[in-house]
Design a protein around this ligand. Sequence first.
Ligand code: GLV
Ligand code: MN
Ligand code: MN
Length: 408
Amino acid sequence: MNDRAQHVIAECRHLATMTEEPGRITRRFLSRPVHDVHAHLRRRMVALGMDVVVDAVGNLRGLWVPPNAGPQRLVLGSHIDTVPDAGAFDGVLGVVMALEWVRIAQQDLLPIAIEVIAFSEEEGVRFGVPFLGSRAVAGRFDPALLTLNDAQGIFVEQSIRAFGLDPNLIAEAQIHPDALGFVEIHIEQGPILESERRGLGVVNRIVGQSRLSIEFVGQANHAGTTPMNMRRDALAAAAEWIAAVEKYATQNEGLAATVGRIIVEPNAGNVIPGKARLSLDVRHALDRVREEAVDQLVSKANSIAARRGLALAFTRQLNEPAVPMDERLTAYLVDAAEVAGFPARTMPSGAGHDAMVMATRLPAAMLFLRSPGGISHHPAESVLEEDVEAALHVGRQFLARLAAQSQF
Ligand code: GLV
Ligand code: MN
Ligand code: MN
């Protein structure tokens, strides 16, 4: 039994109690429980002697500067928002582990300054567009994002003000020029490590990701009096299209395409649906395959709508290219895992991560921990104590290796 590993798991489970929905873990961008998460993590950071700030997009950031440090800093972190009905570890584990790595750096008297960032938004659940937190840190926050609105009609800008922050200061959230690299610790969220009986993986590449919103617009009408051949049923069109999306992705190697959300209007049992708004999420390691898939699926939606006499509208919300991780930092992680006695496999990530945005600005790397049952984005998501312990040992080796480099 390792005390620190148990503490990490207990911390994640405790943070999971800070939720918008009693009985389920749901914590969207700058929702009320984020104040509690900040308060808790702030206490932990202050106890470690870190200086703590919340930037204008709601990222909680703690900086540890040892007395003997040079100007450069290592950045560690992950996100604290969740999907609806989430597990306790996606994102949060990377923040809690980052604080443990700071503790290790302190114990070992390493001359490395470390900034830990708890990113406010990665999932894209509240506003449809992910990475609001890391975009600001990477200097890629387009002010147009402030005008996105959520299901209640609240704009990003209003949500930031309501949290007590000033959206005019987002440009100041950019990472310090002396930041030399970013490392994110995360659960794998898939079955591969478990199937190989391995606790750890090192990510070599994060697949590209597109997200779209698609709306079929037909005519709401009486379910009893409108003959079947005179209907313009938006939901029936959507259903036909969803089946086509699944078929297309199944026939194209390595492609993942998901319709995860649908909003039907007026959503009544005795009314023909007049509108159906759907999300589309498309991923592939090769950008051209992903882009071709998006074009094909939009064109399929157009032809279904045209045949049924419906209108179609779509918005491209995200087009994030596949991103390689930094070779040098990745090699350090692989070596550190080897030396620590937990040889890690290198692997691509099918999930999106803050590291893919940070990588556009800084060398970035990721350490994965096995996901028992391959389960994630689900309350049953978990992590093994032995893997947390292994990741702590890897941290000790990795940080020592970095500290030995002249630029630190
Ligand atoms: C984030 O969890 C994503 O990959 O959707
Ligand atoms: Mn997630
Ligand atoms: Mn995540």
